[in-house]
Ligand binder design. Structure first.
Ligand code: ZN
Length: 307
């Protein structure tokens, strides 16, 4: 595995030095943007519109914690003008690739730069020392929208007015989403606002919208849940009379099913309340394939199942 990483890094170094002179090689002269997760890809589509080319590395259902760059990805990175990624070690296996790219003067931008460290939730699971699931607070996503807009304007000043206009429209939609989330959640009694999922992707959501959040696998899917974790969490579910627990689209179902079985073996019934989108959006072309659609869907699923 190490060998492949070095090979990829080597290819990046060679290819980057070979094509440093022609950054904008797209036939249409548009800025070539590469993104990592589907959330960031969607954001760039919204701000950049038709003025940029966007290539997303990860598709729907892809787990960013475990994602490794393929040879095809390296070609996309090499041909880009700028790379937007999550940061805070969200893309744990790509960190080396991005660091290498920075050394060759390739523009790489972590969207987490938009946030003040004081706003972040600490985590011992990540080398960054922070929880990287920052998209689950709409206020943060609005700050990130502003930050990405400014970066695009710096990179491509001739289209600044387009980016500003798109950004303004998108921020309005995000404000509406935030209102909608709060209204939907207000239907759920406060003592029922307990969210049990496969991995700890929802801490920012919990903090912003008043849920106690418990993930079976910890913050990163790179660590497996142990028997002890399952036992403790099943006791917690029974004690708190939690009605439903949730599967995630980018994490295998079996961990949550094991938890459900453990709860049942203790004589209590907990249902699986649905599949939440945590680290990836739904399929392209569907409502859940956008950040706004995904968030509204998650909240509706959670509230309906826990009521
Ligand atoms: Zn995650």
């Amino acid at each position: 595995m190490k060998k492949i990483t070095y090979l990829i890094l080597g290819v990046i170094t060679i290819s980057l030095s070979a094509c440093k002179t022609d950054a904008k090689k797209a036939a249409n002269g548009k800025l070539n943007v590469v993104t990592t997760t589907t959330m960031i890809t969607d954001l760039l589509h919204n701000i950049g519109g038709d003025a940029i080319n966007v290539v997303g590395l990860m598709g729907s259902g892809v787990d960013p914690h475990l994602y490794k760059a393929s040879e095809g990805d390296v070609a996309k990175l090499v041909n880009s003008d700028v790379v937007f990624y999550g940061g805070l070690h969200l893309e744990g296996k790509l960190v080396e690739v991005f660091e290498k790219m920075e050394k060759t003067n390739k523009k790489t931008i972590a969207v987490s730069n938009a946030l003040d460290e004081k706003e972040l939730i600490g985590s011992e699971y990540f080398a960054s020392n922070y929880d990287p699931h920052i998209w689950f607070n709409v206020t943060f996503w609005k700050q990130i929208t502003g930050y990405v807009t400014n970066e695009l304007k710096k990179l491509d000043p001739k289209n600044a007015a387009i980016y500003d206009e798109n950004s303004k429209n998108y921020l309005e939609k995000l404000s509406k989403l935030d209102e909608q989330i709060k209204t939907t959640i207000s239907d759920l009694p406060e003592d029922k606002r307990i969210l049990v999922t496969a991995h700890d992707a929802f801490n920012y959501f919990g903090k912003a919208y008043g849920f106690q959040v418990v993930g079976l696998q910890g913050l990163s899917t790179a660590t497996e849940a142990g028997v002890q974790d399952v036992q403790e969490l099943s006791k917690f579910i029974i004690e708190k009379k939690v009605k439903s627990i949730f599967v995630e689209s980018s994490v295998p179902k079996r961990t949550i099913e094991a938890l459900q079985a453990s709860v049942e073996s203790k004589g209590y019934n907990v249902t699986i309340g649905g599949t939440l989108y945590s680290d990836a959006l739904g399929n392209k072309g569907t409502v859940e394939g956008t950040y706004i659609g995904m968030f509204a869907y998650n909240v509706k699923t959670i509230v309906t199942a826990l009521k």
